[in-house]
Each structure stands twice: as C-alpha cells, then as structure tokens.
Design a protein around this ligand. Sequence first.
Ligand code: NAI
Length: 480
Amino acid sequence: TKTGLDYKVADLGLAEWGRKEIELAEHEMPGLMSVRKRYAKDQPLKGERVMGSLHMTIQTAVLIETLADLGADVRWVSCNIFSTQDHAAAAVVVGKDGTPDDPKGVPVYAWKGETLEEYWWCTQQALDFGNGNGPTQIVDDGGDATLLIHKGVEFEKAGKVPSPDTTNNAEFKVVLQLLAEIQKDSKDYWQKLAADCAGVSEETTTGVHRLYEMEKAGTLLFPAINVNDSVTKSKFDNSYGCRHSLIDGLNRASDVMIGGKTAVVCGYGEVGKGSAQAFKGQGCRVIITEIDPICALQAAMEGFEVKPLEDVIGEADIFITTTGNFDIITAEHMSKMKHRALVGNIGHFDNEIDMAGLEKIPGIKRRNIKPQYDEFIFPDGHSVMVLAEGRLLNLGCATGHPSFVMSASFTNQTMAQIELAQNRSAYEKKVYMLPKKLDEEVARLHLDHLGVKLTKLTKEQADYIGVPIEGPYKPEHYRY
Ligand code: NAI
C-alpha cells in the first residue's frame, strides 16, 4: 500500500458540508447501514484492495465508507466527468476522524468538470495501490475501469498500443495515449493487474452489456457480478431513481415549466419507464420512441403515444434519451426541433445524442448559459438547449438519485463484494447474478423505513403455492 493519503479532489474545505450530508444520507440508507453493522465485526473485506469507478456522490460516499468499515483498502474515482459532488469527495478523503489539514479517509481522484484526459488519469491513479499492486476487486459503473484493464492487457499482449490516429472516437484516443504512456515503462503492468483482480461487480445496464459481450467473446479476464439485474437494483434505481432525478436535472439546469409541454422519451426500458412516469406526473403529454415491440406495447398500455422520432421532431418541447444505444438524436434531428427545445440524455454514455455532429454543423454557435447548460444556435436562428453536454443529465445537472433508492443498489453492491471476497474459488471468468434470496433480503431491509408490514405466509399456503415460508417466493423466470 501507499504511504500517506494520496488524492486529488476540488477542495478539502468542503468536507464539513459533505459530512453533514453523508450523515443525513446514512439515515435514508437502511439497507447499506444494516449490512455495515452486521459485518463490521467479521471484516469480510479485510485484506482486499477495492477500486471503485462510480459517480462520486454523497450516496456513494456511504458505500465507500461501508466497504472501508468492512475492512477493505479502498480507492475511488467517478465514472463520469460531471457527476462528482465535490463536497462528497472532500468528506470521503478527510474521513470521519480527519481534518482538511490531516485527512484520514479514503483516496479519491474526482472533481466536477474533469477533462477526458483527467478522467482517465484519475481512473489509472485509483487502480494504482502502490508497489505495483492493483485492486483485488473492482466496483464498476459503466465498465470504464474494467475496460482500461482489458484494453491494457490486449495491447500488452500484442506488444503495441495502436496509434490514437486509428480511431475517430475522441475519448478512445485519450485511452490509447494513456496506455501508450504506461506501456513505455512496463511490459506487463496490466497483465499483473488483471491476474491479481478476483472480480468486478458492475452497477449499470451499459456496463453489464459490455461484460456479457466479453464473456461471449471469451475475453473476460476475471469473474463479474451483474448487480444491475438484481430486481432491487434495476427495477428501483433505474426506474424510480430516474423518476426522481430526471426532473431534478431538468429543473436545476433550465427551470423551464414542464407541465403542459410535450416530452419525448427515447427508449421505454427501466430508465425510460421512470422518465415517462415523471413527465406524466408533471402534467406533460408524453411520446415514446421504441424499437422493441414489447416495450412499445407496454408504453401504449400506459397511455403513452409511441411514434418514431422523425414523426414528432417539430412538435415536442423536451427530448430525453434513455436507450443505452448511440445516435438516437442526430444533428439533423436537432436542426428540425422547435426553437429552444430542451435536449438531454439520461443513459450512461454521451453518444446517445450526436454532440460531435452538432458541433460540426457549419455556422453553429454555442452559448454557455452556466456549467452543464448550453444553447446551440443554428445558422437559421433557432436553437436547442443541451443539458450536461449530452452526458447523463441527472448526475451532470443535479445530484443523481436520492439516498433511499441508492441504498438498495449499494446493498447489492456490498453483498457482491463480500461474495467475491469470501467465495473466490467458486467463480470462473463469467458473469454471475446474485441469488434471488439475497435480492429479497435487500428489499426486506428497506421495508421498515417506509412503514411496510408484510403478510406472513402460513405453512399451508406455502405448501399450496410450493415455496418455502422464508422464501425465495418467485421462480427465476418471474419478471416482477
Ligand atoms: P433497458 O435495456 O431496460 O432500456 C433501454 C431501452 O431502449 C430498451 O427497451 C430498448 O429496446 C430501447 N432502445 C434501444 N435502441 C433504441 C432506439 N434506437 N430507439 C428507441 N429505443 C431504443 O436499459 P435501462 O436499464 O433502461 O438503461 C438505459 C441506459 O441508462 C443505460 O445506458 C444505463 O446504463 C443507463 N442508466 C442510467 C441511470 C442514470 O441514473 N442516469 C440509472 C440506470 C441506468
């Protein structure tokens, strides 16, 4: 391990404010706090080096301190250049017992408004536990930490990092530059890192998608736990979390009246369902775009119109992408929108909206209103208002999901980390889900806080439907 506390955050002076909000968040995170209490004595993560790449928010601070309380040596970065809450980052570095002059917490490399170069540098710093050691376990959100290691290994084995000129993707150029720099000094840095890593637990749909692709291609270098598809994660965080934080992001950025307007939600998966509900709740007319007939039918049954984007491009006031896919809203789409239409993305990556294409339109002007809120003025005089430069707006323009829903997600994350530490030999280089019993347990831990009282199954009833009294209550194929 490194000596002294290394870190890079915006301002340790914000730690006191961060600590107050962390304490309030702890009250709203009963699942995570009960896991913390239950395992504090056993220290199941003792000896583990846990690297996290997940939005450095107040809620994540509670996760980080839980992992540390369970014995882990933790290092952290944000998984998005705009999502860090600087007071949260400061409080984590200072720690419960430290001061800004004598920080005693966890090394964090994150601040709001990183450049892409800084972002990937931070990721590499968090992967470096000193003495050539990497993490033994990773908490990933979107898969960037996992990607860096996998690309590093791939190019080390090939003996050469491709030139940045070989890609048009601005972000991947940065990754290639960073990897070339490291490869200059060491020929097996990433291979050692990958060999030491016992596994990753992945937070989101997009990251999980990347993991299954690697599993299929046979290139996955360590076991992975798909936290996203725990029912108590994707059916709650992705849907109810976005139902809360989508509106928060729109309001903090634009403060434009939402009620009475027409909103288009692209994609009606978990995030799309929560987003559409939020707009409905605000009194919007909601239009959905979908490629999947099942999701399209679901949207219709909820009373939403379902149409291709092209059919409604000139009539909507707000456009939100939730697909995890790319090129959903193109520059051409934006050229046909109403004057000052709001355009934002709540999916993981910024390529859902073709920002690069928008910036390249001849004669287009960008007028910054405030951080993470820009007006793009077309040569014909009409403009679109873009939130968070096309990056996920709920974390870019607001503070992401509230604590209670993140408690369910992060209880799953913590259980996944404990599982990787305790049953290491049981896992191959594949993608695994947490058991349903655990999913039910996570839900159970959140009932009291809401005053929910369960009905008890009688022995006879349990036998009649063929489930154990103590659960699990549903078969694996049940969809909730
Ligand atoms: P999902 O797979 O449940 O939903 C995506 C939907 O988009 C699917 O129904 C799919 O059919 C649809 N879709 C795909 N291509 C489309 C196209 N060209 N046009 C219209 N619809 C299309 O995934 P989920 O869980 O809703 O996640 C979506 C994205 O949001 C992912 O990138 C995920 O990582 C991210 N996410 C963001 C959160 C946030 O706080 N901002 C929270 C949770 C997830």
